[in-house]
Design a protein around this ligand. Structure first.
Ligand code: SOE
Length: 384
């Protein structure tokens, strides 16, 4: 790694490739960091698509063979933002090549893949990042600070939903996220993993789970032609959906707290509704991604008649990540969660600390996903 530059190769250029590209491009403009990010190569399977992505997103060059990017001696970081079925192969090759691995969530399609990725990264001795970006929202970081400072005392409940509706139309085609061999699981791994990660970050490790997974629409039109801008078109042929449309779980944490989780892509009307509520002896916290600059706090130690849920706008100068973007009251958005995560990771790497969340978080997350799948299949509680 050259002293002042962190050179990145990004594998994948769709939604997460776009979000990560924006983060790499913006991070040095809003954070005073010890490294300057160099966006060297973006990689994707189809040359027209990845060539366009390189031009639009601001990469120096592009590749269609990820192995060449991993082999590039100038590259310090390999960012794995492909469908889940290729995460393990790419991340393990990158770790074995001595690269720092940044990987989208969930890290693998199976627990075995996650174990292999964790082992490869540990063997490399390099730091790692997993893109559970919601940890780096100021409101979530403030919640974490309040919990860590003991402001809420013993936690009783962690209650979370992550609700979308983008496949509620039975005619929506059988894209890769609806096929087990590509995605590993459906709502559980894609969006359930986010609320599981937030639970681990805010409340602690899982002790046991009891889950149920449901597939409402079992057959869909196969994908016809794919337009990089308009997305996949339905063809006349049909194919089987092999992942969950919705996943629910009960959980007990090692702390003794209990949890309820719901991840669905059939929550009609909910577009990206990620909400958690924590009830503790000292009060309660509520976060809703649709109002991501706000944290609701109920202070149970307030005996006054004005007691009630307080709405904290987390853009004040003493809030996490404050001062990097705009003055007090000027809110930030979804894309800033990735900028914050990358900035935090670069600061950690430069200081010789492990970024968060990292491959260990990804592995522990995968253990919960695996337990939920086994619980749903056996219709029983599973201990972690
Ligand atoms: C699709 O469900 C998706 O893009 C997820 O893959 C992301 O992780 C989430 O942040 C937004 O929704």
């Amino acid at each position: 790694m050259s002293k002042s530059t962190l050179t990145v190769g990004l594998i994948g250029y769709q939604f997460m490739g776009k979000a990560h590209s924006n983060a790499y491009r913006q991070v040095n403009r809003f954070f005073d960091l010890p490294y300057q990010v160099r966006m060297k190569t973006i990689c994707g399977r189809t040359e027209p698509g990845v060539k366009n992505a390189a031009e639009v997103f601001g990469w120096e060059g592009y590749e269609t063979d990820w192995r060449k990017v991993v082999a590039d001696p100038e590259i310090d970081v390999i960012d794995v933002s492909t469908p889940g079925s290729s995460h393990c192969e790419i991340a393990c090759a990158a770790a074995e090549a001595g690269k720092i691995v940044f990987c989208e969530k969930p890290i693998g399609n199976t627990l075995d893949e996650a174990e292999r990725m964790r082992a490869a990264v540990q063997k490399s001795g390099k730091p790692s990042v997993v893109f559970h970006n919601y940890r780096h929202i100021p409101a979530v970081a403030l919640a974490r600070q309040m919990l860590a400072d003991g402001r809420l005392g013993r936690v009783y409940h962690f209650r979370a939903v992550y609700l979308q509706d983008w496949i509620a139309d039975p005619q929506f085609p059988l894209v890769w996220r609806l096929q087990r061999e590509s995605a590993g699981s459906g709502s559980l791994g894609d969006i359930g993993s986010h609320i599981i990660d937030l639970a681990r970050h805010l409340v602690g490790e899982f002790d046991s789970v009891c889950g149920h997974m449901e597939t409402f629409i079992k057959e869909r039109p196969m994908v016809g032609e794919v337009d990089d801008k308009l997305g996949a078109k339905a063809s006349s042929e049909k194919g089987q959906v092999t992942v969950d449309d919705a996943a629910m779980l009960l959980a007990r944490f090692k702390s003794g707290a209990v949890g309820t989780f719901e991840a669905s892509r059939f929550a009609v009307g909910r577009k990206n509704h990620n909400r958690f509520e924590i009830n503790a002896e000292g009060g309660s916290l509520v976060f809703n991604l649709e109002r991501m600059n706000e944290l609701q706090f109920y202070d149970n130690s307030d005996p006054s008649p004005e007691q009630g849920f307080r709405l904290i706008q987390t853009t004040q100068s003493d809030h996490p990540y404050a001062g990097h973007y705009w003055p007090v009251g000027h809110i930030i958005g979804y894309e800033h969660t990735f900028v914050n995560l990358v900035a935090s990771a670069i600061e950690a790497i430069a200081a010789g600390r492990e970024p968060f969340p990292n491959i260990e978080d990804g592995y522990q997350n995968q253990r919960v996903l695996d337990a939920v799948e086994r619980s749903s299949a056996s219709r029983s509680w599973i201990n972690l």
